[in-house]
Design a binder for this molecule. Structure first.
Ligand SMILES: CC(C)(COP(=O)(O)OP(=O)(O)OC[C@H]1O[C@@H](n2cnc3c(N)ncnc32)[C@H](O)[C@@H]1OP(=O)(O)O)[C@@H](O)C(=O)NCCC(=O)NCCS
Length: 332
């Protein structure tokens, strides 16, 4: 029997209806459209306004979109993996609730948290399960309600993040398509530069932590930017080298949408033409775990069976990496 590879066979997505534009942000904090656009490439982001709804709301909708479009029977799903930095609640995994809600009654489910690299790492997890031959359908959902951890009086962070979700289905492939190679990395130095100080086991929630606004994302943007540019470009270049891919061989760059300047720097180092660099940051901002599957969803119509896609991400922690995947289908 030929070797089993893990291919993406379906894609789904969901973003909330409410649009937070740069113009609206101008009325909330001391900022302006020109600054945001030139520094980040972002024009607007989506915000989940429904009361008492968390990340699972987004994840369920993205999964349902995938199931409907692909005609997948949820009872056949073996594993539901939710990549997220903003789970519904501590301890009880969001993925478990999502699996039950979508009818994945025979699946096991768990969350994976690696900040903005959560989805990339989850792709690696899913592929390993499939390649081993142990499971046949793994649903990977990247979902984040970033608005739940953002201080909308802090102009350094509130202009960047948005809410959204995307989902992909991994299945076995016998034609050599799907995930080909990966480079995944981490460095604990990052925990000082991008974090939420309180609410974890070091500093549990108290009146004081709330008063001090320690439950919101803090980011030293300049430092994170520096690490992101060099590390994301390094692994993307390296994965091309170790798979003997020239810039002509690469059909698409699917990179984490944190800042357009970081993506451009990565593409430049890879020597990949601008036309192959997929961008939707202007519409959604940084949706953390959802950026990669949202790109796949928005640009699925362009992909052809056999296309070489390089994924790249960088996130808090720090976490980063690159995946080389051969696309497995052409959409009619
Ligand atoms: C956040 C980020 C866009 C800021 O851009 P930057 O060019 O580094 O900007 P700085 O933070 O140095 O700020 C430059 C100036 O703009 C000001 N500024 C910051 N936010 C602003 C805003 N929203 N509107 C207007 N001015 C702003 C700063 O106060 C500073 O003013 P000063 O020079 O008078 O002190 C950028 O650092 C970034 O993208 N970092 C990485 C983000 C990332 O990848 N995060 C997630 C990883 S997953």
């Amino acid at each position: 029997m030929s070797k089993i590879t893990a291919a993406i066979t379906a894609v789904g997505a969901y973003v909330p209806d409410f649009v937070l534009t740069n113009q609206l942000l101008e009325t909330m904090v001391d900022t302006n459209d020109e600054w945001i656009t030139s520094r980040t490439g972002i024009k607007e982001r989506r915000i989940l306004k429904e009361e008492n709804q968390g990340t699972s709301f987004l994840a369920i909708k993205a999964a349902e979109d995938l199931l409907k479009k692909s005609g997948t029977n949820p009872a056949e799903i073996d594993l539901v993996l939710v990549a997220s930095a903003t789970p519904d609640m501590p301890v009880a995994a969001t993925a478990v609730y999502v699996a039950t809600k979508i009818g994945a009654v025979n699946a096991f489910a768990y969350d994976l948290q690696a900040a903005c690299s959560s989805f990339l790492y989850a792709m690696s997890n899913a592929a390993a399960y499939i390649e081993s031959g142990r499971y046949k359908k793994v649903l990977v959902i990247g979902a984040d309600k970033m608005s739940s951890i953002i201080d909308y009086t802090d102009r350094a962070t509130c202009i960047i993040f948005g809410d959204g979700a995307g989902a992909v289905l991994f299945e076995p492939n016998f034609e050599g398509l799907g995930l080909q190679d990966e480079i995944l990395r981490s460095d604990g130095i990052g925990r000082d530069y991008l974090k939420i100080e309180a609410g974890g086991s070091i500093l549990p929630a108290s009146h004081e932590t709330v008063d001090n606004k320690q439950h919101y994302v803090f980011q030293d943007g300049k430092t994170v930017f520096k690490y992101a540019v060099s590390n994301m470009a390094d692994v993307s270049e390296k994965i091309m080298q170790q798979n003997n891919l020239s810039h002509d061989d690469v059909n698409w760059l699917v990179a984490h949408q944190a800042n357009k300047r970081i993506i451009d720097a990565t593409a430049h180092r890879m020597g990949v033409d601008e036309s192959k660099v997929l961008i939707n940051i202007e519409k959604y901002g940084n949706t953390t775990s959802a950026t990669l599957p949202l790109l796949l969803h928005d640009f699925e119509h362009l992909f052809k069976k056999g296309d070489n896609i390089i994924f790249a991400s960088f996130g808090g922690g720090f976490t980063w990496g690159s995946i080389y995947l051969k696309w497995a289908y052409t959409k009619n």
